[in-house]
Design a protein around this ligand. Structure first.
Ligand code: UDP
Ligand code: MG
Length: 138
């Protein structure tokens, strides 16, 4: 069974969208296999987004991601990496398809409510970044 990491970003948490996002996952038949709320510090956000360290948006992004609490989840299901990316919509909410999370709620290319792993390799790194094996409900 495939797994992926989902984050509800600080804008999603502060705007009261946690329940709405989880409902979309559950309605799509995706299982939540682990979940926690936490606040990253700057260094932790930089480590999480290390692949983007040379991008012009890196400083702003890691500042935003460490600005408030987030909800981290491990999602499980057949093809869940791709399924979650579809539910999220394009990075830029203006290009996201209708009825996606980002199209419905994002306000900005940076403040786009959710994160989702984009491949099996990144999913493994990202799940291990937030969860140990005792925290995953079998
Ligand atoms: N981002 C940004 N400006 C950009 C591209 C991305 O602020 O031009 C932010 C945005 O929050 C995005 C995150 O950086 O979700 C990671 O970028 P990525 O290209 O990996 O998009 P994602 O995988 O989240 O769709
Ligand atoms: Mg990405």
């Amino acid at each position: 069974m495939e797994r992926t990491l989902s984050l509800i970003k600080p804008d999603g948490v502060s705007r009261g969208l946690v329940g709405e996002v989880i409902k979309r996952f559950e309605d799509a038949g995706i299982r939540v296999a682990a979940m926690k709320m936490l606040k990253m510090n700057r260094q932790q956000a930089e480590g999480f987004y290390a692949v983007h360290k040379d991008k012009p948006f890196f400083d702003s992004l890691t500042g935003f991601m460490s600005s408030g609490p987030i909800v981290a989840m491990v999602l499980e299901g057949e093809g869940v990496i791709e399924k979650n990316r579809k539910l999220m919509g394009a990075t830029n909410y203006k290009e996201a398809e209708e009825e996606t999370i980002r199209r419905d709620f994002a306000t900005d290319i940076e403040k786009n409510i959710v994160h989702g792993s984009d491949s099996p390799e990144t999913a493994e790194f990202e799940i291990n970044y937030f969860f140990n094996r005792f925290e995953l409900v079998i």
